[in-house]
Design a protein around this ligand. Structure first.
Ligand SMILES: Cc1cc2nc3c(=O)[nH]c(=O)nc-3n(C[C@H](O)[C@H](O)[C@H](O)COP(=O)(O)O)c2cc1C
Length: 338
């Protein structure tokens, strides 16, 4: 199945809130929450997307014509691609009333396993999701990282104890979900976390621990102090606070502050292998991408997701080749310009 065909299928689905835009740039969905969009006034996802467009790549074809290797060691595990599919707590209210995020998570895991990418999933609101997805992930090499909402430390630790038995490659807490409009209304224990709380959670995880929702060097240094093995530069795709900078804007200063001391992952508006190259050049070790995978799931299930992963892989390989990088470690900041 071709990526173009996947998007054509999406446009035919009755009752789907996603419009299947040629480029998922947050404009058509704007201020729709619940829905795939951003928190009011609704420009956060588009700001993220636009910022990557302002980064240009420096072509360098005076180099040996050898093969490109996109493999990465991420939190102790080898993957063929520096891509993690983003966690999605639910799709029923946001995308289509007849959908089930457990089916989505399964399709993601299968497609990622084939492509050699990493997956992740959200614990969401439905308690049936976590046991189903962690079990399915375990049957496929533990390639899906649970991303736990910032409920009470006790609730998080209980979920960590459960997840650890299934040997996922890492565990993550998404601290910026404290700003989700519905989360604190559903569970009053949800909220921000201190360095001490994160340190306690890192200790309890017992496997690589990741903090999602870091948007400044100051926050990154706090995550480092807490002992996190990686952080995710993310503003939740504009869904938790309006007026933040784009992730591409803050990534370089975060990389300067903590790069080499912990792994850095970035998400928000990354839409192509070209964007992935830019993110790696600005200091990320890997990227996360979310909304386009959901769109492709509706347009073609597991095959639709595979079509997108294949497209991203081909684009990243091509960009690396044309910019003189043959492995991910060769990608340096001087290969891009603003
Ligand atoms: C419908 C929807 C549900 C999401 N659910 C979660 C979640 O449960 N946990 C989480 O950490 N992030 C969640 N996110 C945020 C994404 O994982 C990601 O951080 C964000 O969408 C930015 O990436 P993108 O621009 O590629 O979509 C969700 C995003 C969307 C659109």
């Amino acid at each position: 199945m071709e990526y173009k065909e996947v998007l054509e299928n999406v446009k035919k689905i009755q009752g789907l809130s996603c419009k299947g835009c040629a480029e998922c740039n947050g404009l058509a969905c704007g201020n729709t929450m619940p829905g795939p969009g951003s928190k009011a006034p609704g420009n956060g996802a588009n700001d993220n997307w636009k910022a990557w467009r302002n980064v240009k790549v420096n072509m360098d074809v005076i180099a040996p014509s050898t093969a490109v290797d996109m493999s990465v060691k991420l939190l102790g595990r080898e993957f063929k691609l520096p891509i993690i599919t983003g966690p999605v707590g639910s799709i029923k209210w946001q995308y289509h009333p007849d959908s089930d995020v457990r089916e989505y998570n399964r399709a993601i895991i299968l497609a990622c396993e084939k492509a050699g990418a990493a997956a992740s999933f959200g614990d969401g609101i439905d308690p049936a999701v976590l046991p189903d997805t962690i079990q399915f992930g375990a049957e496929h090499g533990g390639i899906s990282m649970p991303v736990l909402n910032p409920y009470s430390d006790e609730e998080i630790m209980e979920k960590m104890d459960f997840c650890r038995k299934f040997d996922p490659f890492a565990m993550c807490v998404v601290i910026d979900s404290a700003g989700l409009p519905h989360l604190r209304a559903k569970n009053i224990s949800a909220g921000t976390k201190t360095i001490e709380q994160l340190a306690k959670l890192k200790e309890h995880a017992g496997i690589p621990f990741v903090v999602k929702g870091v948007m400044s060097a100051k926050s990154a240094l706090k995550a480092l102090e807490a002992g996190a093995d990686a952080l995710i530069v993310s503003n939740h795709g504009g869904r938790v606070l309006p007026g933040t900078p784009a992730t591409a804007e803050v990534l370089p200063e975060i990389a300067d502050a903590v790069g080499g001391k912990m792994q850095i992952i970035v998400d928000g508006g990354i839409r192509s292998g070209l964007d992935i190259f830019k993110a790696l050049a600005l200091g990320a070790d890997a990227v996360m991408m979310c909304r386009p995978f959901i769109t492709c799931y509706f347009g073609g299930g597991e095959e639709g997701i595979s079509a997108l992963l294949n497209k991203l892989s081909a684009e990243l390989s091509d960009t690396m080749y044309m910019c003189g990088a043959r492995k991910l470690d060769d990608i340096t900041r001087d290969m891009v310009r603003f």
